[in-house]
Design a protein around this ligand. Structure first.
Ligand SMILES: Nc1ncnc2c1ncn2[C@@H]1O[C@H](COP(=O)(O)OP(=O)(O)O)[C@@H](O)[C@H]1O
Ligand SMILES: [Mg+2]
Length: 254
């Protein structure tokens, strides 16, 4: 028979394990990552060159750099849109380098909320339909989809726009819809590509505040931006400067 102490230890073990996995679930770790578009062809572009970067669970960081420097490519690898050409990438505890596409898609659905630069909404669908789209491949019932969406619509002040098609929304509403859609799967990692590019100062601050609030929920938040409202936000832990596919420096924000 086991002693009481041993039994207690056994009881504690699953809790330790779940803490460990939750700590890993927001972790982003890139090592020597290179991304080459159109490799071996006349139009080959080396978009990232041996980039190494670690972002801890619960951290919010800003990736900054001129147009064409590789920000979206970096975010796409972190966001499991595609794997690196070479190097190692661990996202949310999963190794995504050299993975078949169907695994990458699965990890993206599990781990990532992607806020795309051009929103990637389907114009003729309603706010509700756009937000719940990521739940359809997971086999979630229409009622359960709507219930989840209602909570997010409420949280982002969009309930009155639920049945509007997205082409009827203002810029601020569209960006809030994009963030709500990124959250519908409750992912541990949020990536946002220049989320304030189309917004004025007041709305920009609102959007960064929203992203920062997600970090407080324990999510990891990675944002690309040139906007000082984003990079200078008090919750921003680091600014990662990218030039010509290389990380120049990672400095504390502020
Ligand atoms: N799908 C693609 N095919 C070929 N080249 C691309 C593609 N996407 C981006 N690039 C090139 O890769 C480089 C980095 O682009 P990108 O990551 O979009 O930079 P940023 O987001 O900083 O503007 C640029 O030279 C761009 O032209
Ligand atoms: Mg870009």
């Amino acid at each position: 028979m086991k002693s009481i102490a041993e039994t207690k230890d056994l009881k504690i073990l699953p809790r330790h394990l779940s803490r460990l996995t939750s700590r890993l679930s927001g972790l982003v770790d890139l090592e020597d990552v290179t991304k080459i578009y159109n490799q071996g062809q006349a139009n080959e572009v080396i978009a990232l060159k041996s980039v190494s970067l670690t972002v801890a669970q619960g951290e919010m960081v800003c990736v900054q750099g001129p147009s064409g420097s590789g920000k979206t490519t970096l975010l796409s690898i972190i966001g499991c849109i595609f794997s690196p050409t070479s190097g190692r990438a661990t996202i949310g505890g999963k190794k995504i380098s050299r993975l078949p596409d169907h695994f990458l898609t699965r990890y993206r659905r599990e781990l990532i909320g992607f806020v795309f630069q051009n929103y990637n909404m389907i114009d003729h669908l309603t706010v509700l339909e756009n937000i719940t789209l990521p739940l359809i491949p997971l086999g979630v019932s229409p009622r359960a989809r709507e219930r989840k969406a209602d909570q997010l619509l409420e949280k982002f002040g969009l309930s009155h726009r639920k049945k509007f098609t997205v082409n009827q929304l203002s810029g601020g509403e569209l960006q809030r819809t994009a963030i709500a859609r990124a959250l519908i799967n409750d992912p541990p990692i949020i990536v946002a590509d220049e989320p304030t590019a189309h917004l004025d100062g007041k709305l920009s601050l609102e959007v960064v505040d929203m992203l920062a609030a997600l970090r407080k929920d324990g999510r990891t938040v990675i944002v690309t931006s040139h906007d000082p409202i984003v990079s200078g936000h008090p919750e921003m832990a680091r600014i990662i400067e990218v030039r010509d596919g290389v990380i120049l420096e990672a400095t504390p924000a502020g």
